[in-house]
Design a protein around this ligand. Structure first.
Ligand SMILES: [Fe+2]
Length: 564
């Protein structure tokens, strides 16, 4: 496959008009312009803010002209210290056009640290909803609260976990770990029953996404969700993509859900990334004409939040168990598999890994939090469960093996065959860090050597997990807290589990999986992350339904990590 180069990317960006308006304090309160000079626009997709630093915040809106012939749009914007906008701190004008899908970004710089601000955009006769945001503390150990999300799938249901977090006034920032959209068409993954609940894909966007227009329309659709709009207006986002912002199981030169007859993967990815940068309140560290998204945020002296890209920038292709199974005999080639697993395959790319190691070495914060997509903890499942010839047998087998393991731990004698069922384990997901164990060890060793307090947060699986992170020699490295999905179906759907069985299996898994402390396999939700000098604590919040906008929080679980 053709290697991506910068020129290809720039070509796709050539038509882009005004990108990000930067407002500095020196400009003071630039006039928002006379109403007559502003365009008549509709603000149908709300407002957002993101990528806060101790002195800057990026503001976002989409302003579609009332008159579709109007190609260039001029707006005013205001940032105030109070929600009534009586104390305007900064203001100015911004422009946008069809070339960036009428999305607007204003990067307001030279603000005060640790301050709450309110903002809004103004058209000729219209006002956007107002948003609330805040800058980061510059120093000190003020306790922090993050709300962590991943995997919001529109046809699968209403984004009630976003709605719930939008009611919480104590959130410092929202961290989104990707799968903000899904690329499938109307008959694709997790679309069953979508029409019945009013979440069908519209006629002009009901196929799999390939072009810039396809991706843009999908973002526009997702941003009609009330919960998502409310949360964006409520707190600044720090976001990173996973695979579905492009296509399922993306790696650096392709994706599982990209076939040769679907055109150039590189062009598709460029379209997907352009739409992502247009629609997310994000300040890519090397600008919007660059794939580099990994970046870091300093929350005073308490947290260094390091956001990673384990998908696009450097990932080698995933291994696949099926490729090691002889078609005729069904025999698994263990030797070849282990050889490939222990080869020097990368999930981040060497450049990003080096960047991360430097960040860890130079971090003086109490906690080093890695915001990234995939489970990092070892998820070694009994190999016997993989051998089941249909999925309905997996859960009973796992429950049976968990019982055997308990008996073994209690000193009971097991037969050789029973013992093998307990001890022969293999990673269940080669798309996760488990498929890249050598690079995981490099990261672990770097954290250990630098003597850092590693807290890893993850999404991607659609279920909640709490694991201890341990290196291959068993040394304690840190903790992993992984959030459930906003709406994408999880293990309960994959294994067709009713609630009771899902709970039973969730209880059994920490017995089977050595480093696993807790999991929830059937409920949608999000995860609060509290950081203080003493501890980092995760609180999983689960809702009863996503099939209707009426929901209740029905379950919570907390776990505390005091460091090493
Ligand atoms: Fe997902």
């Amino acid at each position: 496959m053709k290697q991506f180069n910068r020129r290809d990317f720039l070509k796709l960006f050539a038509a882009t008009g005004a990108a990000v308006t930067v407002s500095t304090a020196l400009q003071g309160c630039v006039s928002i312009g006379k109403a007559s000079e502003r365009s008549s626009v509709k603000f149908d997709h709300g407002v957002a803010s993101g990528d806060p630093t101790s002195n800057a915040i990026l503001l976002w809106t989409r302003a579609v002209p009332e008159n579709s012939a109007e190609k260039q749009v001029t707006l005013g914007w205001e940032l105030a210290a109070d929600e009534n906008f009586s104390k305007i701190i900064r203001s100015g004008t911004a422009t946008t056009s069809a070339s960036r899908d009428y999305t607007v970004k204003v990067d307001v710089t030279q603000l005060s640290p640790n301050q709450r601000y309110y903002y809004r955009f103004l058209g000729k006769n219209s006002k956007s909803p107002s948003g609330k945001t805040q800058t980061l503390p510059e120093s000190g150990l003020r306790p922090l609260k993050f709300a962590v999300f991943s995997c919001s799938n529109y046809p699968a249901g209403y984004f009630n976990p976003y709605s719930e977090a939008a009611k919480d006034d104590s959130i410092d920032a929202v961290i989104h770990l990707g799968d903000y959209i899904y690329e499938y068409g109307a008959d694709g993954y997790a679309t069953e029953g979508s029409k019945e609940i009013g979440r069908g894909l519209p006629d002009n966007n009901n196929t799999e996404l390939f072009t810039l227009t396809d991706y843009r329309r999908r973002y526009a659709l997702y941003r009609t969700d009330q919960g998502l709009q409310a949360l964006h207006a409520h707190a600044p986002f720090i976001a990173v993509w996973d695979d579905h912002e492009i296509s399922n199981d993306t790696w650096k030169n392709g994706a599982e859900n990209h076939q040769e007859d679907e055109g150039s993967f590189i062009e598709r990815r460029a379209a997907a990334v352009q739409a992502y940068y247009e629609w997310l309140p994000i300040r890519p560290p090397q600008g919007e004409a660059n794939l580099t998204i990994y970046r870091d945020f300093k929350f005073g002296d308490l947290v260094d939040l390091i956001m990673l890209d384990t998908r696009v920038i450097g990932r080698d292709k995933q291994l696949n168990y099926d490729d090691y199974r002889d078609v005729e005999s069904g025999q698994f080639n263990t030797q070849k598999f282990q050889q490939d697993m222990s080869s020097d395959r990368s999930i981040m790319g060497k450049k990003q890994l080096q960047w991360l190691v430097n960040k860890l070495n130079n971090s003086s914060a109490r906690w080093q939090v890695l915001g990234q997509q995939l489970l990092m903890g070892k998820m070694n499942f009994p190999a016997a469960a993989f051998a089941a010839d249909d999925r309905s047998k997996v859960t009973p087998l796992l429950l049976q093996i968990a019982e055997l393991k308990k008996r073994l731990q209690n000193g009971e004698e097991l037969t050789a065959q029973q013992k093998a069922m307990v001890t022969q384990v293999t990673p269940y997901n080669l798309d996760a860090w488990d498929g890249y164990p050598i690079e995981r060890e490099m990261l672990y060793r770097a954290a250990q050597k630098a003597n850092k307090q590693l807290v890893v947060i993850a999404g991607d699986t659609h279920n909640a997990w709490h694991s201890e992170l341990r290196s291959s020699d068993g040394a304690h490295i840190g903790v992993e807290f992984a959030t459930s999905s906003v709406s994408s179906p999880g293990m309960e759907t994959y294994l067709s589990l009713d609630t009771k069985t899902a709970e039973q299996l969730a209880k059994a898994l920490p017995t089977l999986i050595e480093d696993l402390k807790y999991t929830n396999l059937h409920q949608r939700g999000y995860m609060n992350l509290f950081a203080s000098e003493d501890a980092v604590e995760a609180e999983w919040v689960f809702v009863d339904t996503i099939r209707s906008k009426d929901y209740r929080v029905v379950n919570k679980h907390r776990a505390r990590y005091t460091g090493s």
